[in-house]
Design a protein around this ligand. Structure first.
Ligand code: R5P
Length: 293
């Protein structure tokens, strides 16, 4: 298998290639003065299985993935696997308001039409989206790797916390690796007064314990900051924060640290300064299963 690291995932692509002892296809990427991109494959793909590694963090990265996939097939690649660690638009998965574009479904169609044969992603925001693919689509979990990362710290009787019920399975997966407790926050509205109170679902005692907040995405940081402020009111010490996708817009990292987080860590699904956990081992393991076939 040949590895094609896309511009959004250069380092991760290289690491995956190393793990697989696979060759990298030399590529040329540049941007014209008007902002349009240019991509050139500088190696042969004929009769090879290729894996294009490219998170779709923004529209440009999405187009680059589609361009690379289509061209790889036109250049004679036998199969093209799209490794899309961060799957952009996965949050726009249903029509919330009439007339809204359901971007996630269109992206899936575009990927299929570009000639992609398989998709490998990691902690996609809504796993149910995979059902819309006609091609094979696999969703890996970074949560065990996040658990392994936090095992290195000597944490006090830790609790892994999801910001909401949707993050419960993720908290559980991290906690299982650490042999820790896990829970999520639940919102309760008083039917008489209308007052909203947030509490731990299981009402476990948090006193003197370390908390790790985990989520799939940290974008503006608002979700995590809200959890930290609730925990503060419970008298909890500064929390650790882990996520798969550090999107981190509008100074999110600074804001989270400013709100009292002890440490914020993410994977290299998006290459940022907090991307301390590599997805290369789990992705390489998955790709190995295709090489054997
Ligand atoms: C939402 O359902 C996601 O799982 C994340 O909690 C959300 O995308 C985080 O966004 P933000 O950092 O902007 O609060």
């Amino acid at each position: 298998m040949l590895i094609i690291p896309g511009p959004a995932s250069v380092e991760l692509g290289k690491e995956i290639a190393k793990g697989l002892e696979a060759r990298i296809v030399p590529m040329e990427f540049k941007t014209f003065p008007d902002g349009e991109g240019y991509i050139r494959f500088k190696g042969s793909l004929r009769n090879k299985h290729v894996a294009i590694v490219q998170s779709t963090v923004n529209d440009k990265n999405m187009l680059q993935l589609l361009f690379m996939a289509r061209t790889a097939k036109e250049l004679g690649a036998k199969t093209a696997t799209a490794v899309v660690p961060y799957f952009g638009y996965a949050r726009q998965d249903i029509m919330f308001k009439p007339g809204e574009v359901v971007s996630a479904k269109i992206v899936i169609k575009l990927m299929e039409e570009s000639g992609i044969d398989r998709v490998v992603t990691v902690d996609i925001h809504n796993g149910k989206l995979l059902k819309h693919f006609k091609i094979r689509a696999v969703n890996l979990s970074a949560m065990p790797a996040i658990g392994e990362y936090f095992l290195k710290f000597r944490l006090m009787h830790p609790i892994v916390l999801g910001p909401d019920e949707g993050a419960l399975e993720k908290a559980k997966a991290v906690a299982e690796v650490m042999g820790a407790d896990y829970d999520y926050l639940i919102k309760h509205r008083d039917r008489t007064t209308g007052e909203v109170k947030t509490r731990l679902h299981k009402r476990i005692d948090v006193e003197g314990r370390d908390i790790i907040i985990v989520d799939d995405i940290i974008s503006s940081g608002g979700t995590v900051i809200n959890v930290i402020s609730i925990l503060k009111k419970m008298g909890v010490r500064p929390a650790y924060v882990g996520c798969t996708h550090p999107v981190l817009v509008h100074g999110a990292l600074k804001k989270i640290l400013g709100s009292g987080a002890k440490l914020v860590v993410g994977t290299n699904s998006i290459e940022t300064k907090i991307s301390k956990i590599s997805l290369a081992p789990i992705i390489a393991k998955e790709l190995k299963t295709y090489i054997k076939k």
